[in-house]
Design a protein around this ligand. Structure first.
Ligand code: PLP
Length: 449
C-alpha cells in the first residue's frame, strides 16, 4: 500500500524490466532474459519480493542499508524536508540542512579534514576527489604532477575517471579508460601471496611496489595514491597489518596525496564513522564517502578535503581561481536531511558500538564455513565478509576458478531466503548493521546449506 504503482504480477513486472531496464553490469549477451527478483518492500534486515518471499539482505543492498528498512523516522524527516525546501541550486545559495551536515561531517572525519564537497554518490565523490587533486596541482603551478596510482581489484566508481581508477581486469574488457593518467600496482591480498612468503614480507613487497612505481613515474609526476581501506567489491581484501600506514609514509616522502575511499568502510561498517584513522591509523588528505551516510534512503556522497590543502592553494592563488566541478544536486536538501537523521539514529541506537560488539561473533560464524570443501578462504572485518570458493581447494597454488559459482550460490540462497552478492567465485556479505546474533546464525546456516 502507499506505492506510486498499482500491484502488478511478478511476470508483468519482469517483462517491463527485461524490455526496458538496462541494469548496472548488465550482460548484454543475455539482455531481456533475466529473471530478476523484484523487491517490493522491506523491514529491518529483510527484503520482501513480489512473490511474498522474505529475504535476508546479506549485502546490505550494496554495502549501504546500515539502519535497515522501514524506518518511519526517516520517512517523516524526508517528507518534512520535501515540504520545506525540496531543492534549490547549490551554486549561489546554500541551504540550512547541507550547512549543518557539512559541519557534522567535519566533526566526524579525522585530523583537519574539514571541507566537504557534496556529490550524488560514491562515483561522483571519487571523481571530484581526483578532479580536486588535478586542480590543486594546477593551482600550485605544477601541471605535470597528474598521475594517479591505484590498485588491482579496486573499485572506485562508474564515471569515466573513477572507473579508470578501478582495477578489475574484467571490467576493462569492453570499456575505454583514462589509462594515460592512472597506474596500477598489485592488490595487497594476503590469500593470493606467493607460497612460502610471510604476511610481513608480502606487505613489505606491496609497499615497495608503491615506492618503485612513484620512482619509475617520477615523483614530480605523481599526484595521488587512491585506496579503499579494505578493497570491498574486489572481494573484501584486508591488507596485512601496517600496510596503509607504510603506504602513507611513502606518499609523504614523495609529496603524493593519499585519498582514502571510504564509500564502503565509512558510516559504521567497521565499527567507526570512518576507518582510516580508527582502524588503520592513517589521516589521509582526502576521504570519499557515500552509501551508509544515508543508509540508502537517499542518494548522497561527499569528498572531504583537509584544511591544509585548501590553505595551500587559497593562499597561493588570486580571486577567480575556480574549482569548476559541481552538480545540480550537490548538497541536495532532502538527501542531506536523510543523512542527518540517519546519523542521529545511529548515535541514539549506539550502532557503532553494536558493530564492534557483534564483529567477533559474525567473523567466527562466517569463518566456520571454511570447513566446507569448496570454500577456499573466508575473510572479513567489522560487518563485512567474503566467502571465496575454489574448484579445488587442495591445490591452492592453482587457485582454479569457476566464474559462475558465486551466481549459482546466490540463486540457491535466494530460494532459501538469503541474498548473498556474487562476485565471480566469491559471495560477499555486508548486512544492515542492526543485525542480531540470531539473524547472523540464520544467514550463515542458509549459506552453509
Ligand atoms: N568507491 C567504492 C569503494 C565503492 O565500493 C563504490 C560502489 O560500490 C563506489 C566508490 C561508487 O559508489 P556509487 O555506486 O555510489 O557511485
Amino acid at each position: 500500500s502507499g506505492s506510486v504503482i498499482d500491484r502488478q504480477s511478478t511476470e508483468n513486472l519482469r517483462n517491463k524490466d527485461n524490455q526496458h531496464y538496462l541494469h548496472p553490469w548488465e550482460d548484454i549477451g543475455s539482455f531481456g532474459e533475466n529473471q530478476r527478483t523484484v523487491a517490493v518492500g522491506g523491514k529491518g534486515i529483510y527484503l520482501y519480493d513480489s512473490e511474498g518471499n522474505r529475504l535476508i539482505d546479506g549485502p546490505g543492498g550494496m554495502w549501504c542499508t546500515q539502519i535497515g528498512y522501514g524506518r518511519k523516522e526517516m520517512a517523516e524527516v524526508i517528507a518534512r524536508q520535501i515540504m520545506r525546501t525540496p531543492y534549490y541550486s547549490p551554486f549561489n545559495l546554500t541551504n540550512d540542512v547541507s550547512a549543518v551536515l557539512a559541519e557534522k561531517l567535519a566533526q566526524m572525519t579525522p585530523g583537519d579534514l574539514n571541507t566537504v564537497f557534496f556529490t550524488t554518490g560514491g562515483s561522483t565523490a571519487v571523481d571530484s576527489a581526483l578532479r580536486f587533486v588535478s586542480f590543486y596541482n594546477n593551482c600550485k603551478g605544477r601541471p605535470e604532477k597528474k598521475k594517479i596510482i591505484s590498485r588491482q581489484d579496486a573499485y572506485h566508481g562508474s564515471t569515466y575517471l573513477s572507473a579508470s581508477a578501478s582495477g578489475k581486469t574484467r571490467d576493462k574488457n569492453f570499456q575505454d579508460t583514462a589509462a594515460d593518467i592512472i597506474s596500477f600496482i598489485g592488490s595487497p591480498n594476503p590469500f593470493r601471496r606467493p607460497v612460502g612468503m610471510s604476511e610481513e614480507e608480502f606487505r613489505d613487497a606491496k609497499v615497495k611496489e608503491l615506492e618503485d612505481r612513484i620512482l619509475e613515474l617520477g615523483p614530480a609526476n605523481v599526484a595521488a595514491f587512491i585506496a579503499e581501506p579494505i578493497l570491498a567489491s574486489g572481494g573484501v581484501v584486508i591488507p596485512p597489518a601496517g600496510y596503509h600506514k607504510m603506504c602513507l609514509d611513502i606518499c609523504r616522502k614523495y609529496d603524493v596525496l593519499y585519498i582514502s575511499d571510504e564509500v564502503v568502510t565509512g558510516f559504521g561498517r567497521l565499527g567507526h564513522w570512518f576507518a582510516s584513522e580508527k582502524v588503520f591509523d592513517i589521516v589521509p588528505d582526502i576521504i570519499t564517502c557515500a552509501k551508509g551516510m544515508t543508509s540508502g534512503y537517499q542518494p548522497l556522497g561527499a569528498c572531504i578535503v583537509s584544511d591544509n590543502l585548501i590553505a595551500e592553494i587559497s593562499g597561493n592563488t588570486g580571486k577567480g581561481t575556480i574549482f569548476s566541478n559541481g552538480y545540480t544536486y550537490s548538497g541536495h536538501p532532502v538527501a542531506c536531511a536523510a543523512a542527518l537523521k540517519n546519523i542521529e539514529i545511529m548515535e541514539q541506537e549506539k550502532i557503532l558500538e553494536h558493530v564492534r560488539e557483534t564483529e567477533p561473533y559474525f567473523l567466527q560464524k562466517v569463518k566456520e564455513l571454511e570447513d566446507i570443501p569448496i570454500v577456499g578462504n573466508v575473510r572479513g572485518q567489522g560487518l563485512m565478509a567474503c566467502v571465496e570458493c575454489l574448484l579445488d581447494p587442495d591445490k591452492q597454488s592453482s587457485l582454479a576458478l569457476d566464474y559462475e559459482m558465486g551466481g549459482r550460490i546466490d540463486k540457491k540462497c535466494q530460494a532459501m531466503g538469503l541474498i548473498v552478492r556474487p562476485i565471480i567465485n566469491m559471495n560477499v556479505m555486508s548486512p544492515p548493521l542492526i543485525i542480531t546474533r540470531e539473524q547472523i546464525d540464520e544467514m550463515v546456516q542458509i549459506l552453509r546449506r
